[in-house]
Design a binder for this molecule. Structure first.
Ligand code: FAD
Length: 504
């Protein structure tokens, strides 16, 4: 390599959870020449292993790695996800569905939901979610791939996966090692910084082995060994908006066929997830330690499982917020080391993917151009802030007053960026999109309407149009239900894909 060649020659990925192996697999695919990729992980520490629900962009990530859906679903005991059912969030006894995909199909310049809002109290009115193809399929317990033909209603939904996070990390490990990634097992107990630049030079394992690299990817989870431990980057705390700071997880035996959706049920001091896999159901209670003790959370969770508990409760402590910089000097934080937003909308694995994509798009050389680093951090912050706002919306809109947590969140002030969006919706039912919004207007609409937050007025244009859409809406709903009824069951679909026999 000549003197002027400033290419990165070595990358060290610190950590072997989902973040570590997703990063290593992608870097090995992208950096084919003259760059080594090494991953170090500690078997004694292990991985957090609870990220089991995802959102649709994960499909692009797997496709980029050349992973077939059938292999992935088989190896991770995965199932399909068409959205999230929220139970008891607006009020106890209510439910709604946040679908992947829009509600119906616009027939006019005025968005369809405005017509739905206009008729929602008239005889024959029905829930907004009935206009969602994803919900119609989910409700029927069915599954199929969306079709490419835009004229078909079956093109109007999207999907993601549920999977066993430990199996996913193992699957990606095989994939990455086959593409040249070297794995080192051991516990890092020291990090050496360059005295002049403050850049990380090496990490040292217990036993003395030293690992050097040009670029370090910090995937060490909540420990944030390099980005915080060594570089002291700083953390922006959002727990005043998202007060849950604990989770207890407890899988249970399956109860019937897996549902093609996640369920989130609001509880006294947080909420409970239910994620169906092929071989078990993942469950957890995310709660605020201000309002509930650990033992009580575990016993409440154990009493609310659909099947026999499989194993002891596992507790995770976290702080909601993000690192002040995701990229600092020659260290990029990916995964839990970059911060954490509670898993209410299954966004953490997506944020891993987003940081990896940005790294590929802004890959440095050994000069580590500050403008490149600044751009990476600008985008990363915008992405995280927009997701934060969407999560806060779920809490802010609750009408529950039955426990302290719900009284607190319904009364709290929200970030200005969220207040602006809520104000537009309140006035005219408009859904304002912001730069780097991961969740598109249909997602925001699902939460507003699902939690009975109806606007004070409609889009003024709707009165100018003078269209009576009742017949159109009713026919659309019936056509969607009819399409859903023709699809195979979720279980049969998985069996067909993976070549296994469906349960009778
Ligand atoms: C309660 C909960 C529920 C979640 N649910 C979802 C969900 O449904 N969907 C979703 O997308 N995300 C979810 N997440 C987030 C998701 O689990 C994580 O984003 C994902 O697993 C990535 O974790 P990670 O790889 O960053 O960290 P980890 O899995 O914790 O991995 C850290 C790695 O660093 C290594 N390490 C740490 N210290 C050292 C050391 N000193 N020396 C050597 N190695 C070290 C460990 O051995 C391990 O390999 C959830 C998170 C929590 C806490």
């Amino acid at each position: 390599m000549n003197e002027g060649d400033r290419r990165i020659r070595s990358v060290l990925v610190v950590g072997g959870g989902s973040a570590g192996w997703m990063s290593a697999a992608m870097l090995a695919t992208m950096l084919k020449r003259d760059c080594t990729v090494t991953l170090v992980e500690s078997d004694a520490i292990g991985i957090v292993g609870v990220g089991e629900a995802t959102i649709p962009p994960i499909r692009l990530f797997n496709e980029t790695l050349g992973i077939s859906e059938a292999d992935f679903i088989r190896e991770t005991r995965g199932t399909f996800k068409l959205g999230i059912e929220f139970v008891d969030w607006g009020q106890v006894g209510t439910r709604y569905f946040h679908p992947f995909g829009p509600h119906g199909r616009n027939f006019d310049m005025v968005p369809l939901h405005q017509y739905w809002l206009k008729t929602r109290e008239e005889p024959g009115a029905f829930p907004l979610e009935d206009l969602s193809m994803a919900w119609q399929i989910a409700r029927a317990g069915r599954m199929a791939r969306p079709v490419p033909d835009q004229r078909s209603l079956l093109s109007t939904f999207d999907y993601a996966y549920h999977f066993d996070a430990s199996l996913y990390a193992a699957f990606l490990r095989r994939h990455a090692e086959a593409r040249g990634v070297t794995r080192v097992e051991g516990k890092i107990d020291d990090v050496t910084l360059n005295g002049e630049t403050g850049f990380v030079e090496s990490v040292t394992l217990e036993g003395g082995q030293k690992l050097e690299a040009d670029l370090f990817i910090d995937c060490s989870g909540l420990r944030a060994l390099l980005i915080e431990g060594a570089l002291q980057t700083g953390f922006e705390d959002w727990s005043h908006w998202l007060p849950c700071d604990r989770a207890v997880a407890m899988p249970c035996a399956s109860a019937g066929a897996p549902t093609p959706y996640t369920r989130s049920t609001a509880r006294e001091a947080g909420w409970q997830w239910r994620i169906p896999l092929q071989h078990r159901i993942g469950n957890g209670y995310v709660y605020s330690s201000q309002f509930l003790e650990d033992d009580k959370a575990a016993s409440l969770l154990a009493s609310r499982l659909d099947g026999e508990a499989l194993g002891d409760p596992r507790f995770v402590r976290f702080r909601t917020g993000r690192r002040k910089q995701h990229w600092n000097r020659n260290v990029i934080a990916v995964g839990l080391s970059s911060g954490f937003l509670e898993p209410l909308e299954s966004t953490s694995i997506h944020l891993i993917q987003a940081n990896i994509s940005k790294l590929i798009g802004l890959f440095p050389d050994r000069d580590f151009d500050p403008a490149t680093i600044a751009e990476f951090n600008r985008i990363a912050h915008a992405e995280t802030d927009r997701i934060r706002d969407f999560l806060i919306l779920h809490y802010k809109l609750t009408q529950r007053q039955d426990h302290e947590l719900w009284r607190y969140v319904s009364a709290m002030d929200v970030p200005d960026t969220l207040a602006l969006k809520m104000d537009h919706f309140r006035r005219h039912g408009r859904l304002i999109a912001r730069e780097m919004d991961l969740f598109a207007p249909p997602s925001w609409l699902a939460v507003h309407i699902g939690q009975h937050n109806y606007p004070e007025g409609l889009d003024p244009l709707i009165e100018h149009r003078g269209i009576d859409a009742r017949d159109y809406l009713a026919k659309l709903r019936a056509a969607m239900a009819a399409e859903a009824a023709k699809l195979p069951s979720h279980e049969a679909y998985i069996a067909g894909l993976t070549g296994t026999a469906a349960a009778a």
